[in-house]
Design a protein around this ligand. Structure first.
Ligand code: B12
Ligand code: SF4
Length: 461
């Protein structure tokens, strides 16, 4: 059987004028995960539109498309194109799960939720010519799964080919997060076994790893076992975690000993009423500054995530947040405009309060305002968001933030990391076009690792 698997891109990612580095970071892990269920003699191609043009002249027997909200229209366009040619189309992923009725207009079969249980069922039915219209995931497990088909990934076109997920979901329940609706009807947080995760890690070439788990530290026993097992593997790695996890005694130290060098942290807001309203209780009454100090003392750089537009935010929130992030020496920041994804409790609340102002999914990219904010206008929110990015990544702000670091090595590392990420976008554009992005990986490894001085490990020892 000939199978074509597609990760469609949002418009910005395929601009002929500009190629932002963030779209050349990670390969399509979700598609490679379900590709593992095909027979070895099936001919499978994975095409990721973020890094290559989709070949539309082919004649596959089956087309599989992963749909995110921001790429939904493109996904439907591709699906309609193949279906018009009589080719069977299967759609799955987050947006299909959130809005199955919309997606089913463009598919022969749709998949609700994670695909590890439903995809093999579909393949069995397909082989006997009786595939169903809808498959709903109920059994959630990562035990005894076939190996991810990493051989189908074009590693050389990504800065971070070694992305990995060893768990699914998250133990928390924030109102704005995709996870509650995606995992409805079954477990919403589960992990691989430690042994299986270590086996997968051992098979990945090179040193660098990026864990894409929503919350790698969410199960303390699992995380602790994983970090113990990774000790001595010589890896440098990045991941996402919570303030709470960072404040837990010993776990962070173990992570650092096993190679953690940069962590994405969802601070989201500095306002406790906002946190309460979004049900982000695990951030409530946590000492953010202490979490930052702990990370920096252990040599871990921080990518702080902040959301603007919650109900307590007014036009002063932008400056306050940026100033706080700079004064705390946060190396990189990711700002978002609050976005009520369909399927979330936040979406439901906004709909009930008649505050949704757009159902154009292209605008649900966390850079546009698609609802009526409470204490400011949509225009002020969008402008404030743009200013926050500009102000945080001004050279003088970067230098101010760098000056909070104690040693020259830490200062240099901060400067290079923040600068490379946001100040040399024209260079990334050239590198991506020349298909040389993966050649920059050794530099990333070196910066993460404090230029090979193993500073963090020395601190622990
Ligand atoms: C890596 C990542 C990216 C990467 C690349 C994405 C990629 N290569 O897949 C980059 C940096 C490009 C990116 C960009 C953005 N992202 Co992003 N990203 C992620 C992240 C952290 C991990 C994705 C991942 O690999 N998961 C692990 C794999 C195993 O899971 P999976 O991909 O979901 O696949 C499983 C199922 O979905 C299902 N499945 C998927 N497709 C199909 C198809 C079929 C037929 C079947 C049966 C099953 C199936 O089976 C798979 C196995 O279970 C997620 C968070 C998350 N946990 O998902 C956010 C996330 C997907 N991103 C999100 C957003 C908002 C964005 C941006 C808009 C952010 C921005 N402001 O720029 C952009 C635009 C995305 C786009 N192209 O449209 C949101 C999506 C919300 C939504 N409802 O769609 C998420 C959920 C983050 C969040 N918590 O809000 N992202
Ligand atoms: S902690 Fe993060 S991943 Fe977990 S529910 Fe909240 S926003 Fe989602």
């Amino acid at each position: 059987m000939k199978v074509k698997m597609i990760l469609p891109a949002l418009t910005e990612a395929i601009s002929p004028h500009w190629r932002p580095i963030k779209y050349s970071l990670f390969p399509p892990l979700g598609l490679a995960t379900i590709a593992a269920f095909f027979q070895l003699d099936d001919e499978i191609v994975i095409q990721d539109e973020h890094i290559e043009a989709i070949d539309l002249e082919d004649e596959p027997d089956l087309v599989v498309i992963q749909v995110y909200i921001t790429s939904a229209y493109r996904a439907y366009e591709l699906a309609d194109y193949y279906r018009q040619r009589g080719i069977y189309v299967a759609l799955g992923g987050l947006h299909v799960t959130a809005l199955p009725e919309e997606a089913s207009l463009h598919a022969d079969t749709i998949f609700i939720g994670p695909g590890e249980d439903t995809w093999p069922q579909f393949l069995k039915h397909w082989q006997v010519g009786k595939p169903e219209k809808v498959y709903v995931s109920r059994e959630r497990s990562l035990i005894d799964l076939p190996k991810i088909r990493r051989d189908l990934i074009k590693r050389h076109l990504y800065l971070v080919p070694n992305s990995i997920v060893v768990s699914r979901g998250c133990p928390h329940h924030c109102d704005f997060c995709y996870k509650e609706s995606f995992f409805k009807g079954g477990k919403s947080f589960y992990t691989e076994t430690v042994d299986r995760a270590l086996e997968e890690i051992a098979e990945l070439p090179g040193r660098h790893l990026f864990f894409l788990d929503d919350h790698l530290f969410g199960d303390t026993r699992f995380a602790s076992g994983l970090f113990d097992g990774m000790k001595g593997m010589g890896r440098v790695w990045q991941a996402a975690g919570t303030v709470h996890a960072v404040l837990q005694p010993n776990l962070l130290e173990k992570a650092v000993e096993s190679g953690l060098r940069s962590l994405f942290i969802g601070f989201e807001t500095l306002n406790s009423t906002n946190l309460r309203q979004q049900h982000k209780y695990h951030n409530l009454n946590r000492d953010y500054t202490e979490a930052i100090r702990r990370l920096h003392d252990l040599g871990v750089m921080i990518n702080g995530s902040f959301v603007f537009g919650m109900d307590e935010d007014d036009e002063t929130v932008f400056d306050r947040t940026v100033e706080w992030a700079i004064n705390n020496g946060i190396e990189t920041a990711t700002f978002h405009i609050l976005t009520p994804y369909p399927g979330t409790d936040l979406y439901q609340r906004m709909a009930t309060e008649n505050r949704l102002t757009s159902d154009n999914w292209d605008l649900y990219d966390t850079r546009h305002v698609v609802f009526q904010p409470n204490k400011m206008t949509a225009e002020v929110l969008e402008a404030g968001y743009l200013c926050a990015y500009r102000d945080f990544y001004r050279w003088n702000a970067i230098f101010q933030s760098v000056s909070t670091k104690n040693t020259w090595e830490q200062k240099l590392r901060h400067l290079i990391y923040a600068g490379a990420w946001k100040k040399f976008e024209f260079l990334w554009d050239l590198i991506i076009r020349a298909e040389q992005v993966n050649k920059v990986l050794p530099m990333l490894e070196s910066v993460l690792d404090g230029f090979g001085k193993k500073s963090a490990i020395a601190i622990i020892a």
